[in-house]
Ligand binder design. Structure first.
Ligand code: GLC
Length: 722
């Protein structure tokens, strides 16, 4: 006889069974993982094959999941300044995918703001849009040091100075990861040229590695908490960076305590055993060499790995550690829990793109021509095909399908009011084409009858119709020299002759040779690739609606041979190897130590107002140095100033640069307003890396602290004894 209680229990059991049966087979097969699951226990349930499936690509931008246990594929996407065009599951673009996004200014433009808070806002937009596009990892920021202006990917990076890179990547990484997406700082390390990028073997001193090339990555990992990092293509001291025992095991994972996942660059893994024991956690992109029929079982970290474990050449625990790293990153980005949905193409995101462009465009020269007064200027001739050229979709893997892109010409029309604006391209963006006399004459005619000429030129991103087709700023290609393409120098000189009142706007990822016209230009602005709102930001600055506050994140040389990578070498290296004989003397560290005059110095950028620097009060409390000084806006317009602090070691036992950037602060002041700025310098600001002792050391003695508006515009100095 079944009692009443037993009857009710059976009813409940039958009811639950009915629910279970009613569930789709998938749900019962695919266990749902709760967000707090124990990673080690889950790994214990996995077969070797399931674990290995997680550590290599399952398509161009995903890695394998374990459906049986509820682990989804891990989805990645480029790029550093916008979520890339949809690649779907094949290398071919998913044409027609709804993949238009916010096209942010490129990395070097973000760095030119010298505004770490904007770094966070930038990362927040990128992370939110990556989430909205269903991505788990966004492949940025680019943290490589700008060693030579010829590097085709400088636009994706930030600076020649490790401290500026460090300050800008932290906010970026946090901004991305607060949106439940993993940032992936890249390309670790010494990927400072595109020439022979897949194989070049980089040699450098330990000091150069520690003082110049690692700090940006260390800041992203240790201070920014980046969950993933991308191993670079090149070799370092004879081992590929992606599976380099010293870089990955010793420095990244042991010294820095990195507990996230190391993702290879696409096709950067070259050996199964090295990848397994030298720290690669995820192999991507080896299918590139198998297209159009990729076979993911043939990846180095696929069947060959299973074989190595089964034949006990590698312990299964090595695989477990990789899977554990991936699962922990998945947990940190809430893949198994309540996760941010993300949004894309919002007005707020576009406003951030505008803000970064406004603060990242740099006024390099102004002999009174700017800002333009719309009451006095009745006509403007806009000359130069870059004025009407869109850059978002080119440049290589960082390409994006911008929701829209306001060109300089469109921006000038948006903000020009009653000013009559004519436009002539003056040159043609055609592979290998030089000056076009007919086009020059047309431009000269328009220039001669206008009140003002705004020339827009410089570099371009690879052509929109090609991957890297004869690009001048793009992945896998370096520039040949600093001469602008398409015969622009001839055009500019002809236009200036017709109308001396010519303002030059340069786009691109770095400097150009200005020797033929720079001294004649009434004003020069560096606009980089300023994103989808770049044209509006440029016009706001030209018409004075926005006061420029950008500062150069790299030295603009008078000539290429003044740059240490070219003066001391080596670049691009020979016989497959490049030795960084410039060592720690990169950028202004070289120019200032050797007293070479740059065209425009690191940290330089003009304003429409002026700032006065008060005498600094330098105090030392234990190991903390504080520098306080008052900054006053002595002009008639509000504006932003970047107060920079450079340190010089007066009596070092080793060669040290004449100055090293160790602190900065951006402040905004109304006309007449003054504020006290405090710059804090810890002992690390005074140390150098001692190669003999293999550690950072601080030698006693006097240090000079130089405070200025650029590395060459030093306004005040102080000193401190250690
Ligand atoms: C590329 C780039 C890297 C990019 C990756 C995926 O070759 O070097 O920056 O994220 O492959 O496209």
């Amino acid at each position: 006889m079944i009692g009443r209680l037993q009857l009710s229990r059976m009813t409940v059991a039958l009811f639950c069974l009915a629910i279970l049966v009613a569930c789709s087979p998938k749900e019962t097969k695919e266990a749902k993982l709760s967000s707090g699951f124990d990673v080690d226990s889950l790994i214990d349930e996995m077969t070797l094959e399931e674990k290995v499936a997680m550590i290599h690509a399952s398509s161009s931008f995903t890695t394998g999941g374990v459906e049986r246990l509820g682990v989804p594929e891990w989805t990645m996407s480029d790029g550093p300044h916008g979520v890339r065009k949809e690649h779907g599951r094949d290398w071919e673009h998913d044409e027609g995918a709804s993949d238009s996004v916010t096209y942010l200014p490129v990395g070097v433009a973000l760095a030119s703001t010298w505004n770490p808070d904007l770094g966070y806002e930038f990362g927040k937009v990128l992370g939110s849009e990556a989430r909205a596009r269903g991505k788990d990892v966004i492949l940025g920021p680019g943290a490589n040091i700008i060693r030579t202006p010829l590097n085709g990917r400088n636009f994706e990076y930030m600076s020649e100075d490790p401290y500026l890179v460090s300050r800008m990547v932290i906010g970026y990484v946090k901004g991305v990861q607060d949106q439940d997406v993993a940032a992936c700082v890249k390309h670790f390390v010494a990927n400072n040229q595109e020439t022979e990028r897949n194989s070049i073997d980089v040699e450098m001193s330990e000091r150069a590695l520690r003082e110049i090339y690692l700090p940006g990555f260390k800041a992203a990992i240790v201070d920014g908490g980046a969950y993933t990092l991308m191993g670079a293509y090149n070799q370092f001291r004879g081992q590929f960076c992606t599976h380099n025992d010293y870089l990955v095991n010793k420095i990244l994972k042991d010294e820095w305590g990195f507990d996230g996942a190391v993702v290879s660059d696409w096709g950067a893994v070259h050996d199964t055993k090295q990848a397994l024991i030298n720290g690669t956690d995820v192999e991507m992109g080896t299918d590139l060499s198998m297209l159009p029929n990729p076979d993911y079982s043939k990846f180095y970290m696929a069947n060959a790995t299973i074989e190595m474990v089964k034949t006990e050449q590698v312990a299964e625990g090595v695989i477990d550690n990789k899977v554990s790293r991936i699962l922990h990153v998945m947990q940190r980005t809430n893949i198994f829990g309540e996760r941010k949905a993300g949004v894309v193409n919002t007005k707020e995101h576009q406003a951030t793109a505008l803000k970064v462009a406004e603060e990242g465009i740099i006024l390099l020269k102004n002999s009174g021509a700017l800002p333009l007064d719309r009451k006095k200027v009745k006509s403007i001739a806009v000359i130069g095909a870059n004025a009407d050229h869109k850059h978002a979709g080119a440049g290589g893997s960082s390409q994006v399908n911008a929701k829209y892109e306001i060109t300089p010409l469109a921006g000038l029309k948006n903000h020009g009011g009653a000013v009559a604006i004519t436009y002539l391209p003056g040159y043609e963006i055609v592979k290998g084409k030089g000056a076009d006399d007919t086009m020059i004459q047309q431009a000269v005619k328009a220039a001669s009858s206008a009140d003002v000429v705004i020339y827009v030129g410089g570099w371009i991103h690879g052509y929109t119709d090609g991957w890297n087709d004869n690009a001048y700023d793009a992945e896998s290609l370096d520039k040949h020299d600093l001469t602008m393409p398409f015969g622009q120098d001839e055009l500019i000189q002809a236009v200036m002759k017709a109308n001396p009142n010519t303002i030059v706007v340069l786009m691109g990822g770095g400097p150009v040779d200005m020797s033929k016209w720079g001294d004649k230009a009434k004003a020069i602005l560096q606009a980089w690739y300023p994103g989808m709102e770049g044209g509006n930001a440029l016009a706001e600055i030209l018409f004075g609606e926005v006061n420029p506050s950008g500062k150069l994140p790299m030295t603009f040389p008078k000539k290429l041979s003044d740059v240490s990578a070219h003066a001391l070498g080596e670049y691009p290296g020979h016989d497959g190897k490049v030795i960084y004989k410039d060592d720690i003397f990169v950028g202004y560290r070289y120019f200032d130590t050797q007293k070479i005059q740059p065209l425009f110095p690191f940290g330089h950028g003009l304003s429409y107002t002026t700032f006065e620097y008060g005498k600094p009060d330098v105090t030392k409390n234990g190991e903390d140095v504080s520098v306080k000084l008052r900054i006053k806006n002595t002009g008639s317009r509000s504006g932003g100033e970047v107060v920079q602090a450079y340190v010089r070691d007066e009596q070092a036992s080793v060669p040290r640069p004449a100055k090293e950037l160790k602190a900065f602060q951006k402040i905004f002041l109304q006309p007449g307003e003054e504020k006290e700025v405090e710059l804090k310098l810890g002992k690390e600001a005074f140390q150098f890396f001692d190669e003999g002792k293999m550690k950072w050391v601080l030698e006693p003695g006097k240090f000079i602290i130089q405070l200025g508006s650029s590395s060459r515009d030093i306004r005040q100095t102080g000193e401190v004894e250690w």
